[in-house]
Design a protein around this ligand. Sequence first.
Ligand SMILES: [Zn+2]
Length: 91
Amino acid sequence: MNIISKKIKKCEKCGYYHGFINEKFNGKVPVVCYCDLSSGRANELNPVIIGFPDGRLLWKPISDYKDENGKFRHIPYFAMGSSIPSQKSKI
Ligand SMILES: [Zn+2]
């Protein structure tokens, strides 16, 4: 991920970040919070990034994005394993 600029803010409901970033290889990519993930709204977006409460930005599993070589990458669900966000892991 090569972030050029970002415009994100903390969601008042869940504490995750949401907004969007400009990424060098993928252009404008939406950043979703836990509300978007749990409501399924994030599933309609691809690629999409999750804005964790600690400020980490990670590609959402089952999301295709372009890497620095212009190749599409697919993140399988298991790649994130137990780090899938849950409300309990809220900081
Ligand atoms: Zn939220």
